[in-house]
Design a protein around this ligand. Structure first.
Ligand SMILES: *Cc1c(COP(=O)(O)O)cnc(C)c1O
Length: 411
């Protein structure tokens, strides 16, 4: 008899964005002529930049020739890309990594979800709350989170980031956390972490022999020069942290698929006997068994964002989205809404007015303005009473949405 992995049955029924789509579709069925604007799901809208398109065309042409054809690539990704990453993403920030500490992947979602399988099933995990749902769900799938009661998993340490604490999570008290997920700039709150605050987390991890899984998917949106882009800007992080990066939000690769994970040689975890096992060796073993690489075409596309033209073009698109973010902050605040984030990240995190629930506000906004946001509670219990807006739409659609919201709010 084939038995099911019962942990899957513990998962909360729906993926957040499937729930939202269902509600939006119900609205559209009732209002077929309505012009719905989505500032909900965190997907980009602007096309790939010319340097990337050119590199992809070239790679396709190479694949059409006997000499240029590529089959399976190297396990960790092509050298040309790993070297470009080390040289452009890290060296200028004073971070020294070697190319073989970089693992190219098909985007950060897979690795942020998969990395936990290198760890013993009863590690105690901690997450800032609200957070990208993949971290918790992937741990639920392996049975690490306990049971779900009143919106929380019993074996997860939630570290609230809310307006009341300035979106600065407190270090865990009591039972030490073994594995900590941090995402900065943060999805969904759009807030960032200073070097000083990040240093406290690295020191906590070193002191408690914990592992930090650091998701820097939005680093390219940082405007403030004092804000760290990588956890390796903090001394000691090479011993206790793995970092996930993605070209999805940096360069519009959500449909192309390419990202990477940094696993330094020094970061290790323990056996019960106290032996140290380097995670680098385990991740390489895991990837060579379960992953067959990212396409050559995607890797050439990613390499192109580090060319002089590519850098400039990618920056223009980021600036374009950040202009939206600034407009959203200005207009929503002028309408009396309490907003956070949006200065170093493409997300605006807005408190719902009059203590409305996240879903209640989501529906009111949809029916009142035909604008779609994301209910904050979908990202964790501390997200209740907030909604998220993305800055990834076009200028025109963003202005249209803001105009409708302003009018609606003044009623
Ligand atoms: C979008 C996003 C990612 C990246 O996903 P990809 O699989 O690379 O497209 C990773 N982490 C967070 C927090 C994200 O919002």
């Amino acid at each position: 008899m084939a038995l099911v992995n019962i942990h899957y049955l513990n998962l909360q029924n729906n993926y957040l964005f499937a729930d939202i789509a269902k509600k939006v579709n119900a609205f559209k069925v009732m209002h077929p002529k309505a012009d719905v604007i989505s500032l909900g799901i965190g997907d980009v809208t602007q096309p790939l930049c010319p340097a990337v398109i050119e590199a992809m065309h070239k790679a396709v042409d190479e694949m059409a020739t006997t000499n240029g054809f590529r089959g399976y690539g190297p396990e960790q990704g092509y050298d040309f890309l790993r070297e470009a990453i080390v040289k452009n993403d890290f060296a200028p920030r004073g971070v020294r990594l070697s190319a073989d500490e970089i693992f190219i992947n098909d985007g950060a979602k897979s690795d942020t979800g998969n990395f936990q399988e290198l760890l013993h099933w009863d590690n105690f995990i901690g997450v800032t709350d609200p957070i990208y749902p993949v971290y918790i769900d992937s741990n639920v799938m392996i049975g690490r989170c306990g049971t779900y009661r009143e919106g929380r998993w019993t074996n997860v340490r939630y570290m609230p980031t809310v307006a009341e604490n300035g979106f600065i999570p407190e270090l865990p008290k009591g039972r030490p956390v073994d594995v900590i997920y941090l995402c900065y700039p943060n999805n969904p709150t759009g807030t960032v972490i200073t070097k000083q605050e990040l240093r406290r987390w690295v020191n906590y991890a070193l002191k408690n022999d914990a592992l930090i899984l650091f998701d820097a998917a939005y680093h390219a949106y940082i405007q403030d020069p004092e804000i760290p882009h990588s956890i390796y800007e903090i001394r000691g992080a090479r011993k206790c942290a793995v970092e996930f990066r993605s070209f999805s939000k940096t360069a519009g690769f959500t449909g192309v698929r390419c990202g990477y994970t940094v696993v330094p040689k020094e970061v290790s975890v323990a056996t019960f006997e106290g032996e140290r096992i380097p995670l680098h060796q385990l991740w390489l073993r895991r990837q060579s068994t379960k992953f067959n690489g990212t396409s050559y075409i995607s890797q050439r596309a990613a390499e192109a964002i580090y060319s002089p033209d590519g850098k400039q073009q990618v920056q223009e698109t980021i600036d374009y989205y950040m202009q939206n973010a600034r407009r959203m902050l200005d207009v929503l605040r002028a309408s009396g809404f309490e907003c956070y984030g949006g200065e170093n990240a493409p997300y605006i995190w807005m408190r719902t007015p009059n203590g409305m629930g996240s879903w209640q506000f989501f529906e009111a906004l949809l029916y009142g303005t035909q604008v779609v946001c994301t209910p904050g509670v979908g990202f964790g219990p501390s997200g209740e009473g907030y909604v998220r807006f993305t800055a990834f739409s076009s200028h025109e659609r963003t202005e249209e949405a803001l105009g409708r919201i302003t009018k609606w709010a003044s009623k």
